[in-house]
Design a protein around this ligand. Sequence first.
Ligand code: CTP
Ligand code: MG
Length: 222
Amino acid sequence: NRTVALIVAAGSGSRMGGGIPKQYRKVAGVPVIARAVDALASHPAIDAVHVVIGAGQEAQLSEALGERVATSSSGGATRRESVRAGLEAIGDAGRVLIHDAARPFLPPAVIDRLLAALEDKAGAIPTLSMVDTLVRADGGVLGDNVPREGLARVQTPQAFRFDTILAAHRDWSGDAEPTDDAQVARAAGHTVLAVPGDIMLEKLTHEADFAAAEARLGAIMT
Ligand code: CTP
Ligand code: MG
């Protein structure tokens, strides 16, 4: 059955600021969203790419994508709602990789690891271990340290059996807004595996992340 990539790109990038949403800005000459589409579309296991966009952003998307092929539909007020809307728009598939547009550098090996892990589980996500000391710092005053052993930083794409994650989104009734789809899958009782992520997958969140991404890209190409 088909393996589809779902890229969520309906956010406003409020932590980034600036005139245009971060997914439409360019990194080293190529729009962020175009890089995400390329990374997924070029993987041999992925059959189609669907992009969830903000209201009225059709022209912005098509200008950013140029000749690239992707279907699109409208998102919602939260990331969760955008993912749900995208899954409903796709309708049917065997597997889905749900990815943040704001993570434009996606090594193919991560996709390989995710799809391998998905063979016998409902979901798999890329994670990185914690390297810094962790401490509570509410209000700028240090509280207790948090042991970093066993903790992980969560990235995307996150891979799921399509029917499983669609049903989990339809059933979601949590209070706190989930920031990724593994939370939604786990809330529905599914086991989700962690596979090694990649430093290149860091999300573009703040303004300085653009310069850091261009620097990393330059270091790789020289
Ligand atoms: N996203 C989305 N729909 C929303 C909110 C977020 O599709 N209503 C997408 C973003 O476009 C992004 C991904 O979810 O690709 C991860 O979200 P984040 O990095 O938080 O992006 P923004 O929500 O746009 O940024 P901010 O939280 O700073 O406003
Ligand atoms: Mg956000």
